[in-house]
Design a protein. Sequence first.
Length: 354
Amino acid sequence: MKSLLFLVLISVCWAEPHPDNSSLEHEKIIHIQENGPRLLVVAEQAKIFSHRGGNVTLPCKFYHEHTSTAGSGTHKIRVKWTKLTSDYLKEVDVFVAMGHHRKSYGNYQGRVFLRESSENDASLIITNIILEDYGRYKCEVIEGLEDDTAVVALNLEGVVFPYSPRLGRYNLNFHEAQRACLDQDSVIASFDQLYDAWRSGLDWCNAGWLSDGSVQYPITKPREPCGGKNTVPGVRSYGFWDKDKSRYDVFCFTSNFNGRFYYLIHPTKLTYDEAIQACLKDGAQIAKVGQIFAAWKLLGYDRCDAGWLADGSVRYPISRPRKRCSPNEAAVRFVGFPDKKHKLYGVYCFRAYN
């Protein structure tokens, strides 16, 4: 009898709260009802193309799905732009706006603004674009408990080129590779940039670092020393390696420049030190590897004369293949790293515009 009474009491205890619980559950359903003004964030274009030194607008607008107004009027709109990184776990703050408050971050300071062509326009204007601006950006709009995001990719017109230092093949860890590209007026290339370069015909058998920490190389003409002649063309991957201990070459990316690249007409050939001084005397600097590649690829620069560059290498750009000047392909021809004190060549200079 006691057991029966105990079971009845348990049933009553479980049954008592039911009216209140159903009421709470009903209130939750009302709170997330689908007929409310759900916030939507939209990018009209998924990819935007620009170039170094230019200005660009990354599109982003926000709406409420069931109303025609941009905001509800009960909460301040918060707009946040971040740049996504290659590891997908970290984001770099770019710009935040809420009401009349505005804040930009890092090297974006003074270069980013909201367009605000209408009350629902959260588009970001980036001025004086630099090479590091390349990448994917996230537009996040927050209003009260609602938020939504859209992603826009900023692509830059430019050229990818393989690079190895005077020390020779496979001598750069990841951090040294980043510095090597920066020293040559470029940045370490992304996989997408290398892939686009491969589609445009880049063929290089040495593996190099990319910005995500992977090591890869592009092959358009399969052959025995480069994975085998029976393999298919493509961007081949070595995978991800230790950024401190592993050593490879690097693929760099550069875009157009605000200046003049030219071969210096000089009465005599020059040693490396003489070449530096000759450019300075002409009101310029000895040109960097990234600058000769940009002039060749983006401006069609063509010169059959080998000349010194800032890293101590000697190269020359050929846009029109011809006998004795890269007869088989358009390319920046690499002569090597000659003895700086005794070998004599011309020189390529670069004069920046103010």
